[in-house]
Design a protein. Structure first.
Length: 236
């Protein structure tokens, strides 16, 4: 007489439905993290595209402009540009130096003196640059956290699923496939979803870190060029 075949549902959906509450809750957390990471990735991609295009437009205007005052008046047209905001902070600091009592008193002489206090300009540029880089780095922590913890969260679901299989073996005294397959299936599902959440998060994080470094280099180049210009023309 032939032995009856044992049918075990091993599809992903069946494994998810048959999983314990702990495993289902863990998988739900991973799915939510994955969705949020993709949303952050899209938002950051849009942010960097916008600021890069805005910087290119502003820099083109900056190098063609013959008047810092006129460029400042037109800054409302470049609100999306981090470099334009840095220029605004530096210009306002230079204006404060020009309107300071010490400079006004020195201007009463026959020869109008050059400005002093280039260190103030450098601090203004550095502070504004740090603020812009901080904005670029916003929400990056979520990508880094998901990329580093996702596999371990999935591993927790894996361990829990395997523990469930061992408990069933102990309770039934039967180690057949029908007994252990559901627990192993949900365990492997937790691992797979943990990796599926972590790998894109790591890729997105590394990509945007590279973008931030490129934008920081461009900002630092502008700061250096701007300081050279104002040192030659306005500072002693």
């Amino acid at each position: 007489m032939n032995n009856p075949a044992i049918s075990v549902n091993t599809s992903l959906w069946d494994a998810l439905l048959q999983a314990s509450f702990v495993v289902q809750f863990t998988i739900l957390i991973l799915v939510i993290l994955s969705i949020v990471c993709w949303a952050v990735g899209f938002a950051k991609w849009k942010q960097f595209k916008t600021l890069h295009d805005a910087n290119e437009i502003f820099l083109g205007k900056f190098w063609k402009s013959s008047s810092l005052d006129q460029l400042y008046q037109d800054l409302d047209n470049y609100r999306a540009s981090p470099i334009a905001r840095i220029y605004k902070a530096a210009y306002l600091e230079m204006k404060k130096l020009a309107e300071s009592p010490q400079h006004q008193k020195a201007s009463e002489g026959p020869d109008k003196p050059m400005l002093t206090g280039i260190e103030n300009m450098e601090r203004a540029l550095r502070k504004s640059t740090d603020n812009e880089i901080s904005q670029m780095e916003s929400k990056m922590t979520l990508l880094a956290t998901t990329g580093s913890t996702g596999p371990f969260i999935g591993l927790f679901a894996t361990v829990w699923g395997i523990m469930g299989s061992f408990h069933k073996i102990g309770a039934t005294g039967n180690a057949s496939l029908a007994v252990v397959a559901p627990g192993i299936s949900e365990a492997l599902l937790g691992t797979a979803i943990g990796l599926a959440a972590a790998i894109p998060a790591v890729v997105l994080y590394n990509h945007f870190v590279s973008r931030i470094k490129r934008e920081e280099i461009e900002i630092n180049n502008f700061n250096t060029d701007f300081l050279n210009i104002v040192k030659r023309n306005f500072f002693s």
